[in-house]
Design a protein around this ligand. Structure first.
Ligand code: UD1
Length: 354
């Protein structure tokens, strides 16, 4: 069986790691194509090195651009790559422009497409990610759903026959790296002079929080007003937008810091008092580590984190300071994201259907 994965943005490299490992264990030939959507070393190369993923076989070097330009450039380049390799399956990941470009190119070349992390919905049509995931689900031949809620969404859209519940592959990699870390303290503590439990860890990068100057200023004010230092792991997008809008990222409680590699991120999260984010992956990682999360969005795709009390939505940034200072929720053993073996299930499903 010949599998071809298309990745391009940071969360996709994290999801690729357990898939690459499971594919190798099963003796599956695996070609990795990197679109180049993310190109900064701290958003890309560091994950390949750290998570033991082999260097991509093909790198499209697409880079940044408007949605149409970025997605179109990928589409144009992928036709030739798929034609050359003619895999049994193209595997696409999550909800980025790289996902929808690869799904569209493959389906038109009649190459079977599987969508990992299928069925997540925010029902917010202002989000580019929502269009990417809906279009990809409807184009794909096999929908690999991470949760029961995702399975229900796909069934409601008439896609039940193509759907399989496999669990969440980010859980696989999180458990493995968390266990390897053990009790190693976060390097951030020494670097920034912080105490365990004495800071919040924040990431903000979504278009809806960064593109509009007034919105970004409100979010920054909300973070700056917290009762403990807020370490903002600043994605290049928020750095660029803040500079463009003339907004300082180090006011009040805010401490600006470059993005972290994966194990460093988990260590920093585990030592924190709470997470503040608009990232999908980090909301779930916070839950899996049982660190309270405050999400600066109007909704979430990972509704289980909210239902179980570990995540609170704070669409109004003036409510962030109160939300993060809430008591730690009641412990739970519920495991809506699977058992840490989702990637093996994914590879089995693909091999069985090749
Ligand atoms: C993308 C995904 C988003 C995902 C996020 C993870 C889409 C539509 N969005 O958002 O779903 O949560 O990745 O990080 O695909 N930039 C750099 N260096 C880089 C990458 C980006 O400086 O390596 C800057 C550029 O100015 C670029 C901007 O960030 O214009 C946005 O990058 P882009 O890849 O378009 O989207 P993200 O915001 O990263």
């Amino acid at each position: 069986m010949k599998l071809l994965s298309v990745v391009g943005a940071r969360p996709q490299f994290v999801k690729l790691a357990p898939i690459a490992k499971a594919a190798a264990s099963a003796g599956v030939e695996h070609i990795i194509v990197h679109t180049g959507q993310h190109y900064d070393p701290m958003l890309s190369d560091v994950f390949f090195d750290e998570l033991g993923i082999s260097v991509p076989d093909v790198h499209l070097g697409v880079g940044s651009g408007s949605h149409g330009v970025q997605t179109g450039t990928m589409l144009a380049a992928l036709d030739a790559v798929f034609d050359e390799h003619r895999p049994d399956w193209v595997l696409v990941y999550g909800d980025t422009n790289s996902t929808v470009a690869a799904a569209l190119s493959a389906v038109k070349l009649h190459i079977p497409v599987a969508h990992l992390e299928a069925g997540l919905r925010s029902f917010n049509r202002r989000m580019p990610e929502e269009h990417n995931r809906v279009l990809t689900d409807h184009a794909a031949d096999l929908l690999l759903a991470p949760t029961a809620v995702a399975v229900d969404h796909l069934a409601a859209e008439g896609l039940a026959a193509r759907t399989v519940l496999v669990g969440d592959v980010m859980t696989d990699v999180l458990y493995e790296v968390r266990d390897a870390l053990g009790t190693t303290p976060s390097a951030l503590l020494d670097e920034l002079g912080l105490e365990p439990g004495g800071y919040y860890l924040a990431t903000i990068h979504r278009a809806e929080n960064t593109d509009d100057a007034r919105r970004l200023a409100e979010v920054v004010r909300g973070l700056a007003a917290c009762d403990l230092p807020v370490v903002l792991l600043a994605h290049p997008r928020v750095v660029a937008k803040a500079a463009g809008h003339g907004i300082a990222l180090d006011s009040g409680a805010l401490v600006q810091h470059p993005p972290l590699a994966y194990a460093d991120l988990l260590a920093a999260a585990m030592s924190s008092r709470g997470i503040i984010t608009d990232s999908g992956g980090l909301q779930k990682e916070a839950f899996l580590l049982r660190i309270p999360c405050t999400t600066v969005r109007t909704e979430t795709e990972w509704v289980e984190t909210v239902d179980l009390g570990w995540n609170v939505l704070a669409p109004d940034p003036t409510t962030i300071a109160a939300a993060v200072a809430r008591p730690v929720p009641a412990p739970t053993d519920v495991a809506p994201y699977g058992d840490g073996h989702a990637a093996e299930r994914v590879i089995r499903e693909l091999v069985d259907r090749a």
